[in-house]
Design a protein. Structure first.
Length: 456
């Protein structure tokens, strides 16, 4: 018997509705807090990303690989704070480092010894000699964009369609544009990512396509001598996971340098989650600048910008002032040092790779057994399921992925005791250094039940 598209749609909608009812029924405490919070928290949450269907989840605490909601529910945490949770929760090395420092002072606005140690670790891992610290991924990419403009004396930057680089004006362009707004593939439109982004800012940000050197070359030639540089996630992670094709990143560097422009890798979401020296080391392509945050901080607010002697030397000489009252905060530096020395170790990366091999095998088996049109994509500690027959190579491919399957999967996992990031097809799960085989079995068991429910 042939199942029609309409019948599949109806069945999927019914499955989602039932899982959402279960979701809400399990969490009356979250519902009560959401109602109370609306009185004094704008939108009832602390970040607009927490406004999720069917309701936001209020958490109580975390320990190891688990988080606990205010209703007492336990979850294997594969949300990981959008990638900040590589160390898991209350990692002994991070707890000890922060407890020791908090008793010695939490803020001086002066450097401490840990800042030297962390910069030495980052230089060794990324192969870039000079570093500065800040407090978030947004601050790191903001400084990188400012520095590229200051160093070159040019105003324009190139940005990839569908990439998120934080919420400062220069990069709030074509982050997740609707299909009707993107324009022609050969010359994508610059679309404001939110209200409050002036037209003048959009005109300074030239949009290009991921995995498309021709797109970049056309932009550089159309704006000859005006482009300061390009900021790019070396692996796109605001659209599931989209790896670069062979030769793309090396080709970008050669092309940009030929036109007198700089290359900045935004490794805020890749960073330590994809390997001990980020995608910079995996790819063998060293950019002029790299930005880090999330996974390097052990769960604390953090950020870092590293670069070559020539470009970061411009900061050292005073050509560009990279400032911030909380830059190099001693609590953050203590946590970052603990991550470098005791969390992101060779053994930890081997452990994560072993767990992810089990995930990849199990998910591929469930997908095949239940006739799903999907495939897992795993890079280091990050993973996602792309509900598409073909690999996704850029944002326009990503627009064609049916997000309803991702939302249904999220609900099955959550109701089965695994916390994934919301927002459907855009995000990835994270395996921390504290996850174990039992955690992974819970995850793959939930996926099997999901696949059985929605499969052909």
């Amino acid at each position: 018997m042939v199942t029609t598209t309409s019948e599949i749609d109806q069945r999927l909608e019914a499955i989602v509705a039932e899982q959402e009812r279960i979701f809400v029924r399990r969490q009356p405490g979250s519902a009560q807090r959401a109602e109370r919070a609306r009185a004094h928290l704008a939108g009832g949450v602390t970040s607009s990303w927490q406004i999720t269907r069917p309701q936001p989840v209020w958490l109580s605490h975390g320990a190891g690989s688990k988080v606990y909601d205010v209703d007492g529910g336990e979850y294997v945490d594969m949300h990981g704070g959008y990638g900040a949770g590589l160390a898991g929760h209350a990692h002994p090395a991070v707890v000890e480092a922060v407890q020791r420092q908090v008793a010695r002072g939490t803020h001086f606005a002066q450097p401490t010894d840990d800042a030297i140690a962390v910069s030495e670790h980052l230089a060794g891992r990324w192969g870039l000699p000079l570093w500065r610290f800040c407090n978030s991924g947004t601050e790191a990419t903001m400084d990188a964009v400012h520095l590229m403009r200051a160093f070159t004396g040019r105003d324009l930057i190139l940005k990839v369609e569908g990439c998120y680089h934080g919420h400062h004006d220069s990069v709030q362009v074509s982050v997740a544009p609707d299909a009707g707004d993107v324009g022609p593939a050969r010359q994508p439109n610059a679309v404001a990512a939110s209200s409050g982004i002036p037209a003048a800012i959009r005109e300074l940000t030239i949009i290009v396509n991921f995995n498309d050197l021709g797109s970049v070359e056309r932009a550089l030639e159309a704006h000859a001598g005006q482009v300061a540089g390009m900021i790019i996630e070396p692996v796109m992670m605001n659209a599931g996971i989209i790896p670069p094709v062979e030769g793309y990143l090396a080709g970008l560097k050669e092309l940009l340098h030929r036109h007198g422009a700089l290359l900045a890798f935004d490794e805020v979401k890749t960073g330590l989650t994809v390997g001990p020296g980020g995608w910079t080391v995996v790819s063998g392509v060293q950019p002029d600048l790299v930005t880090l945050a999330k996974s390097i901080g052990g769960g604390l607010c953090c950020g870092a910008v590293g670069g070559t002697d020539e470009v970061m030397g411009f900061v050292a000489s005073g050509g560009y002032e990279m400032v911030g009252t909380f830059n190099g905060n001693p609590l953050t530096m203590a946590a970052m040092r603990a991550v470098m020395e005791s969390v992101a170790t060779p053994g930890a990366f081997e452990h994560i790779a072993l767990l992810h091999r089990r995930v990849e095998e199990a998910l591929a088996g469930s997908i095949a057994a239940h006739g799903l049109v999907a495939h897992p994509v795993i890079v280091g500690a990050k993973g996602c399921v792309t509900f598409s027959a073909d690999p996704v190579r850029n944002y326009r491919d990503f627009l064609d992925v049916d997000d309803r399957y991702n939302h249904a999967h999220w609900l099955f996992q959550h109701n089965g005791g695994v916390f994934l990031p919301p927002w459907g097809k855009t995000e990835q799960w994270l395996v921390s250094v504290q996850h174990d085989e039992a955690d992974i079995e819970r995850f793959v068991g939930n996926f099997e039940r999901f696949a059985g429910a929605v499969g052909a």
